[in-house]
Design a protein around this ligand. Structure first.
Ligand SMILES: Nc1ncnc2c1ncn2[C@@H]1O[C@H](COP(=O)(O)OP(=O)(O)OP(=O)(O)O)[C@@H](O)[C@H]1O
Ligand SMILES: [Mg+2]
Length: 134
């Protein structure tokens, strides 16, 4: 199953994306704490899209298999890109007035975290994964 990309343009789109993630996690059987982890990660990444790129998209898909529950989220924009990725991933770094907790915090919440960023394009791919016991 794969959902259509959710356009991220307004604060309300953040809530929509967040809720989609939470609902999919709930349907698949992720526990409440994991549903919240995913919702938080989606909020942080989509908030960055609006703050630093103006707009973008969010794709949420079920990638579960027999052995594991897995949700992949791709958040993508065509803004200026992240100037210094190493710096951006550091706790407390913000080019604006933020806490600089969004990216490093999101990485800690997820089992997979990958950033591709260049001037004109940023794509962050995350995954929440839980093994299923046989
Ligand atoms: N989509 C993006 N496009 C361009 N730059 C980005 C993007 N996302 C993050 N950044 C850069 O990475 C930095 C760190 O992002 P992070 O989310 O960790 O912190 P923040 O947004 O500044 O603060 P917080 O999320 O705690 O409110 C940002 O300050 C910004 O410079
Ligand atoms: Mg942020």
């Amino acid at each position: 199953m794969s959902l259509e990309p959710i356009p991220i343009k307004t604060q309300n789109d953040i809530l929509i994306a967040r809720q989609h993630g939470r609902e999919l996690a709930s349907q698949l059987g992720f526990r409440l704490a994991d549903q919240t982890r995913l919702a938080t990660a989606i909020s942080e990444l989509t908030r960055n899209v609006i703050k630093y790129a103006g707009e973008g998209i969010c794709l949420i898909q079920n990638a579960s298999s027999r052995n594991q529950l897995k949700i992949i989220v791709v958040v993508e924009d065509w803004g200026s890109g992240i100037p210094n990725l190493e710096q951006a991933m550091r706790d407390g770094f913000s080019s604006g007035s933020g806490l600089g907790a969004g990216l490093p915090g999101t990485r800690r919440l997820m089992q997979e975290f990958n950033v591709e960023s260049e001037p004109g394009h940023t794509r962050i791919t995350i995954a929440l994964i839980r093994p299923l016991l046989a």
